[in-house]
Design a protein around this ligand. Structure first.
Ligand code: SF4
Length: 208
C-alpha cells in the first residue's frame, strides 16, 4: 500500500465467542491490507488496531464482516465488550446476553473511552471488577459493578451497583448508565472520575 494514502485506525476482533480467537480466513483478509513493514497493535481489550485507507474504509469493513470480523471505532466510544472465554458453555455462561449487550452499547459516543467487561461466572476471568462497568453472571442472574480502574497508582476495584438482574433489566441499566455518562460527563472525563464527581446515588437514580 502507498504510504501517502490517508489512513484511518479501526479496532477489529473476531466477535464474542469461546475465547478471543481469529481464524485462518480472518487473518488472511486482514493480511491483504498490510504491507511488509506494517504492524498490528494488540490491545488489552481483545481488539487489534489496524490502519486502513480512509477512502476504502466502508468496502474494507464490509469485506471484514463477510468473514465474521467485527469492526469498531477507535476513540471516545464504548469499546466492544470484553468477555471471558465461556469455558463452561454458551448458554450456561450467558453468551447470548453478552452478544446482545455488545450490540446495544459498542460504538456509542461517550466523553472518554468506556470499557465494559463481562464474565460468565464468579471466577471472573473477564475482569469485570477492574473495568468502568462490569457484569458478572451469578447462577441465573447478573450483577452489575461500576467504577473499576485497572491503570494508574489510583487503580481501584469497582463496587456492586445492582444485583440479581434479568437480561432485560441488565440491558436497561447499562443503557441508562451510558446515557447518564454521555449527558453529564465532561469532555474527556474518564468514567471513574465522573462517578466520583456525580456520586453513585445519582447514577442509581438515573436507572430507576
Ligand atoms: S469466568 Fe467462569 S465461565 Fe468464564 S472463563 Fe472464567 S471460569 Fe470459565
Amino acid at each position: 500500500m502507498d504510504n501517502d494514502i490517508k489512513k484511518v485506525k479501526i479496532a477489529v476482533n473476531g466477535g464474542i465467542g469461546f475465547g478471543a480467537k481469529l481464524s485462518f480466513k480472518q487473518l488472511n483478509v486482514i493480511l491483504k491490507y498490510l504491507n511488509e513493514n506494517d504492524e498490528l497493535e494488540l490491545t488489552t481489550f481483545q481488539q487489534i488496531y489496524l490502519e486502513i485507507p480512509e477512502e476504502a474504509k466502508d468496502s474494507i469493513i464490509e469485506e471484514f464482516k463477510k468473514v465474521g470480523l467485527e469492526c469498531y471505532l477507535v476513540g471516545n466510544f464504548v469499546k466492544s465488550l470484553r468477555t471471558c472465554n465461556f469455558c463452561k458453555g454458551e448458554e450456561e455462561e450467558g453468551m447470548p446476553v453478552a452478544k446482545e449487550l455488545n450490540k446495544l452499547i459498542a460504538g456509542r459516543t461517550v466523553p472518554f473511552t468506556l470499557r465494559v467487561a463481562y464474565t460468565g461466572c464468579p471466577v471472573g476471568c473477564g475482569e469485570p471488577m477492574i473495568n468502568d462497568i462490569g457484569i458478572m453472571k451469578v447462577s441465573d442472574h447478573y450483577n452489575l459493578y461500576v467504577g473499576g480502574k485497572a491503570k494508574g497508582k489510583d487503580a481501584e476495584v469497582g463496587s456492586l451497583l445492582l444485583e440479581k438482574l434479568t437480561p432485560e433489566e441488565l440491558y436497561d441499566a447499562v443503557d441508562k448508565i451510558i446515557t447518564a455518562y454521555s449527558k453529564m460527563g465532561k469532555k474527556r472525563e474518564p468514567f471513574n472520575k465522573f462517578l466520583r464527581r456525580v456520586g453513585r446515588d445519582q447514577i442509581s437514580e438515573s436507572i430507576i
